[in-house]
Design a protein around this ligand. Structure first.
Ligand code: SF4
Ligand code: SF4
Length: 216
């Protein structure tokens, strides 16, 4: 029988977060290499679309992102099976997405947003749908669903965001505490306050045991 394991996810500590939004920018940069975006000034040629969002109230700031639910409601409602589970993460096949918004409505965390699709720095156009603009008909831009994918492709390539951004001088210390377990998502790597933690199944278990041991 296939052995199931829980998905990984990133948690945030509101008490540590200073609301700097470095996590949003790092997320945007690593997901937009195809659009020519890098971790450097002057390379941002498309709208900044992160896959996590720093929320701010009168008393705290912290980022909110996909929890990679075990029984993911977004996957259940997607009419074109664009959402799947891959190696401990819930991911969206953006080529397959039709922008119907069902997943965004089903997500209990508000972690999915719909925005225009870009590649090579250009808006994707719909092959069949046109919109009327200033009396003219123009091909409409595709809109797709975006959400945290735990930097799935980036990490599995062994090409971690942390390495690149550290090379650009934007990481002061990524080897603190639990961050020594291997590749981590871009947001976790760049947070200057170590407010973000990647919780993987094995890490979660070891942390629980450690906490239980300390309570003895
Ligand atoms: S990078 Fe860290 S401190 Fe800055 S907004 Fe994100 S979680 Fe908060
Ligand atoms: S917006 Fe895209 S990913 Fe979300 S349910 Fe519709 S087709 Fe699926």
């Amino acid at each position: 029988m296939k052995k199931e394991r829980p998905n990984s996810f990133v948690i945030a500590e509101a008490g540590k977060c200073i609301g700097c939004k470095a996590c949003e920018l790092a997320c945007f940069a690593v997901h937009n290499r195809d659009n020519g975006v890098a971790a450097a000034v002057g390379t941002v040629t498309t709208p900044v679309i992160p896959r996590l969002y720093v929320i701010r109230t009168d008393s705290f700031t912290m980022p909110v992102q996909c929890r990679h639910c075990e029984n993911a409601p977004c996957a259940g409602v997607c009419p074109v099976q664009a959402i799947q589970q891959e190696e401990g993460a819930i991911t969206i096949d953006e080529d397959r997405c039709i922008g119907c918004k069902a997943c965004a409505m089903a997500c209990p965390f508000g972690a999915i947003s719909l925005y225009k699709a870009y590649s090579s720095g250009q808006e994707h156009k719909q092959p069949h749908l046109r919109e009327r603009l200033d009396g003219h008909l123009e091909r409409k831009t595709r809109v797709i669903a975006y959400k945290c994918d735990l930097c799935h492709d980036i990490v599995s390539d062994g090409n971690t965001a942390s390495g690149e951004i550290a090379a650009a001088g934007r990481v002061t210390d990524i080897s603190k505490g639990d961050m020594t377990v291997g590749p981590v998502p871009a947001c976790v790597s760049v947070c200057p306050e170590q407010a973000l933690t990647l919780v993987s199944p094995s890490l979660g278990a070891s942390r629980s045991r450690k906490a239980a041991g300390l309570r003895l």
